[in-house]
Design a protein around this ligand. Structure first.
Ligand code: 5AD
Ligand code: FES
Length: 360
């Protein structure tokens, strides 16, 4: 493509409700430096226009690494018997959340493997407790559950839910998730949105068997889903998984996917994922922030447990004191001419919907 042709294709993708697979694939094929520059500038401009220069911080507490699932890429999958499994107590979770609030951060993500015997009432009590005493947005990320469980947590005050589709192609999904159901995952995403959660999804880049067509399908999926949050991470091989010998996902492809997610979603919150803080031992998050991302999600699991939550190897900050991070982040973000935003960072789509509603 020539530079002006790239511009035309990007404008077409931006303007339509249903981006053409061929257009998206053409963008994913770009390797020329000038053309890449146009893509990232376009995405950066959309980001600046719709979400501004603030970089939101979300803190994650990985409260359990117990998992019933079989995701071939994930170090927590149930077949990994070398992993010491843990679950934080309610008190430990609330203490970790307390530390997050003390650091001035108003969003906490409670994440775990998909536990078979997760006690929905136990989690409800934790959500209630956090919401009763602290001005914080609570995001849950505990996998595929029944609608009634989602409802219970929503009524307890949970604000948001993350459930990545990982890949939007049912065939590829089936290859990577033996015994799991693509249809059920989509059902969960529908339920979450209907119940009023700010809903996040996303994919992995560089999965075994994944083609450009699959990735282009993911971009279409993001557009159709109208998600409040979209998270795109490169695949990182984990030694105790069936994909141990596969190559890691490509940084450039991850950047292109992030840029496209920004262009089609416009005002979704898009993180520079932790996986990008540890790709090839380098911190690549500034590049993602310059290609459309506006969120960073550092880890706030108590240090003694953090090493057991190894979804992929060399996770950043595994050995660092989590409190040391804000200063590094302020510096990284400040160097880009942007600023760290300590607000709750609610969905921009919702505030727009409220405004529209209140006009009637
Ligand atoms: N590399 C990168 N990301 C991974 N995840 C799971 N395994 C890996 C891996 N090997 C991501 C999935 C999941 C999130 C919690 O972690 O996308 O949704
Ligand atoms: Fe636990 Fe994928 S292995 S949800």
């Amino acid at each position: 493509m020539t530079g002006s042709h790239v511009q035309t294709v990007l404008e077409r993708i931006y303007a339509t409700e249903a981006p053409e697979l061929a257009d998206v694939e053409a963008v994913l094929r770009i390797t020329d430096g000038d053309e890449l520059g146009r893509l990232f500038d376009f995405a950066n401009e959309v980001r600046r226009w719709f979400v501004g220069d603030g970089v939101l911080l979300r803190r994650i507490v990985e409260f359990s690494n117990v998992c019933r699932n079989t995701c071939q890429y994930c170090g927590l999958n149930r077949g990994n018997d070398r992993l010491q499994r843990y679950r934080l107590t309610k008190e430990e979770i609330l203490a970790a959340v307390g530390n997050i609030r003390a650091a001035g951060i108003k969003t906490v993500v409670l994440q775990s493997g998909e536990e078979d015997d997760l006690d929905a009432d136990w989690l409800r009590e934790i959500v209630e407790e956090i919401k009763s005493s602290r001005d914080a947005a609570v995001t849950l990320c505990v996998g595929e559950r029944r609608r009634e469980e989602y409802r219970l947590w929503k009524e307890a005050g949970a604000d948001r839910y993350l459930l990545k589709i990982e890949t939007s192609d049912p065939g590829l999904y089936g290859q990577l998730h033996a015994g799991m159901s693509f249809e059920n995952r989509r059902r969960c995403l529908r339920d979450l949105a209907e119940l009023g959660y700010q809903t996040g999804s996303g994919d992995l880049v560089g999965l075994k068997g994944q083609t450009l067509r699959h990735l282009a399908g993911d971009v279409q999926f993001f557009k159709q889903g109208n998600f409040d949050m979209i998270s795109i991470s490169p695949f990182i091989p984990h030694p105790q998984t069936p994909l141990a010998e596969e190559p890691a996902g490509d940084l450039l492809m991850t950047l292109k996917m992030t840029a496209l997610a920004r262009i089609v979603s416009r005002d979704a919150h898009i993180p520079a994922t932790t996986a990008l803080g540890s790709l090839h031992g380098r911190d690549e998050r500034p590049k993602v922030l310059a290609a459309g991302a506006n969120v960073i999600m550092p880890n706030f699991t108590p240090a003694s447990y953090r090493r057991h939550y190894e979804i992929y190897p060399n996770k950043r900050c595994v050995n660092e004191d989590a409190r040391a991070c804000p200063a590094c982040l302020e510096q990284m973000v400040g160097a880009m001419g942007r600023w760290v935003d300590y607000a709750r960072g609610d969905s921009l789509k919702r505030s727009l919907k409220c405004e529209v509603g209140s006009l009637k």
